[in-house]
Write a protein that binds this ligand. Sequence first.
Ligand SMILES: *Cc1c(COP(=O)(O)O)cnc(C)c1O
Length: 295
Amino acid sequence: MNQTVQIRFPKNIHLAIKREDLLHPYISGNKFRKLKYNVQEAQRQGKTMMLTFGGAYSNHIAATAAAGKEYGLKTLGVIRGEELTGKVNDNPTLSFARDCGMEFEFVTREAYRQKTEETFIETLRQKFGDFYLVPEGGTNDFAVKGCEEILTLDDTEFDYIACAVGTGGTISGIANSAEDHQKVLGFPALKADLSADIAKFAIKDNWQLITDYHFGGYAKTDESLIAFINDFYAKTNIPLDPVYTGKTVFGVIDMIENGYFPEGSRILVIHTGGLQGIAGMNKQLHKKGLLTIKT
Ligand SMILES: *Cc1c(COP(=O)(O)O)cnc(C)c1O
């Protein structure tokens, strides 16, 4: 089901894309990996609801809602931004999640910042009853365990494994299961220094963050990125999302062109999914009169 696509560059450099985005129609890419053992743990604990946190266009919110529908768990999304109350119909991500059965609690940015605090979580329990808590972005030990299943025996031929980084769960799982000869390159989609978060979960010292391709920060884009995504799609028929995978593939190809990789390198980029976010991004780009992503 998940195919790998190869692209050749000069100096005998091979770039392959592992299509984790095709794992499941709605529980996309790394979010499928991250939710797999969390759903099993929720069921083992006898919970009937999963609660999690996310922003208005969050891939994790969409995936959690879809997983809840598929596995018979109720889902509650604590969403950053009180102003979104009553605006679900205008937002493709939240509409999708609602149609999967997710219920929402919209909170102020200030309240959202308390998402890991026990008192805030206790308030949520009093309001909504018992739930299985999945952290923002889905990263915990169960998520990392799921992401350790991304690389398989077919992937041992690669010298470099590249992936997008948000909270760091995905790269941690990949680094844990990489072979000793493989180097793991993470492309943060935001400006924050994520090394300490990754070090909590990654057991080996085989990974490195490439911090030059965040394009100004989380969910920030520019015309060169959007044009790159459209061009890449036209040439390869592989869609990329503007928040994560577009920045990663842009970065890897830029590094190939700038001579970062030695002759004969075999590079595997993990397509972590996130394509559901394109609709929301396009709405915003269109409103500003900017170039949009072709689908
Ligand atoms: C969430 C997400 C990531 C980041 O994963 P982390 O485990 O949070 O680092 C990368 N790519 C896509 C498409 C995502 O949706």
